[in-house]
Design a binder for this molecule. Structure first.
Ligand SMILES: Cc1cc2nc3c(=O)[nH]c(=O)nc-3n(C[C@H](O)[C@H](O)[C@H](O)COP(=O)(O)O)c2cc1C
Length: 388
């Protein structure tokens, strides 16, 4: 059994274990991948202020996200095709999150369905919604999430059309994988993944297949989004969806202060400052750089979460100290899932908690609620001076 000490260890095992097309799907940004890269390198630019001779006993990473108790303010982000990284991946990630005491968000584009995850867990999870042209289908999805007892609707706003990720096109990404000479040659080297996948509950999009008609290629993410995603989504439609849901709403994919103000205006409970992990608008600034201007714009009127680029507990600490109320991780737990299933997700969360806790202590803090800009050294001009 390898000794796992950080997220990069899980990533290496993920790459070895999972078919190339799904590893590449996770490990891509759009076009030149500039935003994808800068999401992580911008975290590295922020440094920490060391404090000594402080009583470090009785530390706590616990907090709240949208009023829910969390053992640390780190939710699992919605990730499409999670069930292709590991058999029954969504169920396993949700169970790991539940055991750890953090929220799990199920993607619309999941392999396990809403009902599968509800059946396999005992606490409410969050459901992420992509809005489709077929409004009846969207309404049914919302109703299914309500029936499953989901405690928040995460409406993703930054993917009305799919950012181009070169590797996915070249690999012919599909779920299940289409058998070509190239995929067969690669799958032959991933036998452990394949054997587990034979026993999986599902191998296609569980929230969609059997629930909607009129798609030419039900295995292709590209075809789904091109044919089904609602290009006309705007703030008035968002308000209607929120009304239909009637519960807690998180608007995900906000990267602009004016959009953040709109989220306050429509009455969302929280926003996620996010560029979709660098998978949508290449050339956009990293989430961590956009955090301060967005916090300034909303002035405490809404809970602010951040994702994109978090690969350690130190990154979580930096986001919280800059003023975020919570964070989400995508790839950091997907590496764990691909590497070792449910145990890998638990390991990823444990690694992050340990790093967060230890960094907090060495910064002279004992509670995440007390973190602030006083713990950070932020390079001058970090947010940049950009001309409109
Ligand atoms: C492989 C992959 C699939 C994703 N699928 C979805 C999705 O279905 N819905 C969604 O709202 N966001 C999706 N995202 C974006 C994540 O929710 C999150 O914003 C992103 O992963 C954060 O960046 P990080 O991976 O650097 O932590 C996906 C991200 C990845 C890496």
């Amino acid at each position: 059994m390898p000794v796992i000490t950080n997220i990069a260890d899980l990533k290496r095992i993920h790459e070895r274990r999972v078919p190339r097309m799904f590893y590449d799907y996770a490990e891509s940004g759009s076009w030149t991948e500039q935003t994808f890269r800068e999401n992580t390198t911008d975290f590295e630019q922020i440094r920490l202020r060391q404090k000594v001779a402080v009583d470090m006993s009785g530390r706590s990473t616990a907090g709240k996200m949208i009023g829910q108790d969390v053992t640390m303010p780190v939710a699992l982000a919605p990730v499409g095709l999670t069930g292709m990284q590991h058999a029954d991946g969504e169920i396993k990630a949700a169970r790991a999150a539940e055991a750890f005491g953090v929220p799990y968000t199920l993607s619309t584009m999941s392999i396990n369905s809403i009902e599968d995850v509800a059946e396999a867990t005992t606490k409410p999870f969050w459901f992420q919604l992509y809005t489709m042209n077929d409004t009846d289908y969207t309404s049914r999805l919302i109703q299914r999430a309500k029936d499953a007892g989901c405690s928040a609707l995460v409406i993703t706003l930054d993917l009305q059309l799919l950012g181009q990720r070169h590797k996915d096109l070249k690999n012919g990404l599909s779920a299940p994988p289409k058998l070509t000479a190239r995929t067969i040659a690669n799958l032959a080297t991933k036998w452990a993944w394949g054997i587990e996948m034979l026993g999986a509950k599902r191998r296609e999009f569980g929230n969609i297949v059997g629930h909607v008609d009129g798609i030419d290629d039900p295995a292709s993410l590209g075809a789904w989004t091109a044919q089904q995603f609602d290009l006309t989504l705007d703030w008035s439609k968002i308000s209607k969806l929120m009304e239909q849901w009637g519960g807690k709403v998180i608007l995900k994919g906000i990267l602009d202060p004016e959009d953040a103000k709109m989220a306050v205006k429509v009455g969302a409970d929280a926003i996620t400052v996010s560029n979709h992990g660098g998978r949508q608008l290449d050339g956009a600034l990293s989430s961590i750089r956009m955090l301060t201007p967005i916090l300034d714009a909303v002035g405490g009127d809404i809970e602010v979460h951040l994702d994109s680029g978090i690969r350690s507990g130190q990154d979580v600490l930096k986001a919280l100290a800059m003023g975020a109320n919570g964070t989400m991780i995508g790839r950091s737990y997907i590496y764990g899932l691909g590497a070792m299933g449910q145990k890998g997700v638990s390991t990823a969360l444990e690694v992050i908690r340990k790093e967060l806790d230890m960094t907090m202590a060495l910064c002279g803090e004992t509670n995440v609620a007390n973190l602030g800009r006083h713990n950070l050294l932020i390079p001058q001009g970090f947010e940049g001076t950009w001309q409109d």
